[in-house]
Design a binder for this molecule. Structure first.
Ligand code: PLP
Length: 491
């Protein structure tokens, strides 16, 4: 379509015609979900229109949910291939609704989750338990062979790096690789902005310590990852759970009301594929969250550990991509994609970089050189992309398989999330079900689950449970899910 055709085609404005031209390319499948759309420059030339007309057209398409903008990368087609080609199983699995928006206690509460987490962890360590509880990828899904070969090769060749101290901010070639990966998340960060940590766990601890004092209140999602709650508890902080939707993440209206009421000193959130809900915050809401951070001068720790595990769309932008004032402390890790055993995490602490670096130096002086060397080489050799592509496909399939069995075997009033990334599933069993009792019963069948109260500062979500999708599919897994469905009726 050229400018003359456009002129003919339109009764309305020029930008609407440009938008409808792009919409047709999407409808016809010429542009597929996840693909980059033609650039402003291409369209300007091709259609003989101005850049502002093209931009206006893209804004219209964005508001209609057809495309999404990614900072510094252009526009991408929204929607999932899986959703377009809905199969029988998906149709079946869609018969259970998703959990409704949570309604946590409106008060800031001291956190008491560490004892429960420790006692549950102590009981599931046996190798003969099917690990549907911990969100840990099974070794079969990880590049174990490739990593083992790298360990052998690099241990022989790089004695200084392996046996010396690598002090913070960490091994430069690894920080370079991470900076390259962050471009995909829409973030332009230099290697000097990145601090290597002992997993995301240490990164979150350091960030929290840098921005709070004991007694402070931290806003969190509800439900939220118990590791975040443990960190809050261990630092003598309080948590204020904010209502959260299984689709869109933290309810920003509720957050704004809580901020307006006063007392909140920081936010700890996972904008992309949060654990356990699998929710993903829209780019518009990420922008709004940054605006709130600026207005209230509030640091936001964004734990983006699952960001690379989008099932079928492009990797979503990280919250930090929208932050031009350094309020976001961005956290990431290789634990969910490459190997939790590497213990490679990182943070980009924005304006709090100095404090976080000093805390890191005081806490551990250095990180293990071997793991950093292996991780840097794994990334530099281009293996990460392949590994992540494989996992994304696998977890998407797993989510459907798990949901299908839940539909078949769980009570009909169960609700279940429909994640678009990550590798966990959150199940809201009928009210009255006691997931701690279910945990006990399931263990007698050699099945572990993560009971709902783990994901709350104060023991809420008692009738809920989280399942780990990162286990290889088998008859045993299917049977275990059916068993859980049966056990639910007596717990
Ligand atoms: C949201 C979230 N953050 C952090 C972690 C822990 O990450 P790491 O192993 O890198 O310390 C997990 C592990 O389950 C997680 O789900």
């Amino acid at each position: 379509m050229n400018r003359a055709l456009l002129d003919k085609a339109i009764g309305g404005t020029l930008y609407e015609a440009v938008a409808s031209h792009i919409a047709k390319l999407i409808e016809s499948g010429t542009l597929c979900p996840g693909e980059r759309t033609p650039s402003v420059r291409q369209l300007r030339r091709q259609l003989s229109v101005s850049a502002s007309t093209v931009m206006e057209a893209y804004r219209l398409l964005e508001s209609r949910g057809l495309v999404r903008a990614r900072p510094q990368s252009g526009y991408f087609v929204r929607g999932s291939t899986a959703a377009r080609g809905k199969g029988r199983s998906d149709a079946a699995a869609s018969t259970l609704p998703e959990p409704s928006v949570s309604r946590p206690s409106p008060l800031a509460e001291p956190v008491a989750v560490a004892d429960l987490a420790a006692s549950l962890a102590a009981r599931i360590g046996h190798s003969n338990v099917l690990q549907l509880g911990p969100a840990v990828p099974a070794a079969d899904l990880l590049p174990v062979e490739a990593l083992s070969r790298l360990y052998g090769r690099l241990a022989r060749r790089s004695r200084e790096t392996v046996h010396g101290y690598i002090t913070p901010p960490g091994y430069l070639p690894l920080r370079r690789q991470i900076a390259r990966r962050l471009i995909d998340a829409g973030c332009n960060r230099s290697p000097d902005d990145i601090l290597i940590t002992h997993g995301a766990t240490e990164a979150v601890h350091l960030c929290l310590r840098a921005i709070t004092r004991p007694g402070d209140v931290v806003a969190v999602e509800s439900p939220t990852y118990y590791g975040s709650l443990e960190a809050i508890e261990s630092l003598g902080l309080r948590a204020q759970a904010i209502p959260t939707s299984a689709r869109e993440g933290m309810d920003l209206d509720a957050l704004e009301r809580a901020l307006h009421a006063g007392g909140i000193r920081a936010i700890l959130i996972s904008c992309n594929f949060a654990n356990p809900l699998g929710s993903i915050m829209s780019d518009d809401n990420k922008r709004r969250l940054i605006q709130l951070a600026k207005t209230y001068r509030l640091p936001v720790i964004d734990d983006d550990i699952y960001g690379d595990l989008a099932f079928d769309e492009e990797r979503p932008a990280a919250l930090a991509a929208f932050d031009d004032e350094g309020w976001v402390l961005a956290v990431g890790s290789l634990s969910k994609t490459v190997s939790p055993g590497l213990r490679i995490g990182w943070c980009c602490p924005g304006r709090f970089a100095g404090q976080v670096l000093r805390l890191k130096l005081a806490a551990s002086h250095a990180n293990a050189g071997m793991a950093q060397l292996v991780a840097a080489t794994f990334l530099a050799e281009g293996r990460y992309e392949r590994q992540v592509r494989r996992l994304r496909r696998y977890y998407a399939q797993q989510a459907e398989r798990f949901r299908e069995v839940v539909v078949e075997a769980f009570p009909s009033t169960t609700r279940v999330t429909k994640p678009r990334g990550g590798h966990v599933l959150w199940i809201e069993a009928p009210v009255g079900v006691d997931s701690l009792r279910l945990y006990d019963r399931a263990l007698t069948h050699r099945i572990s689950i993560a009971p709902g109260p783990l994901f709350s500062a104060t023991g809420e979500h008692r009738h809920c449970l989280r399942l780990n999708l990162a286990v290889p599919w088998s008859g045993e897994v299917k049977q275990a899910l059916s068993t859980l469905g049966t056990l639910l009726t007596v717990c």
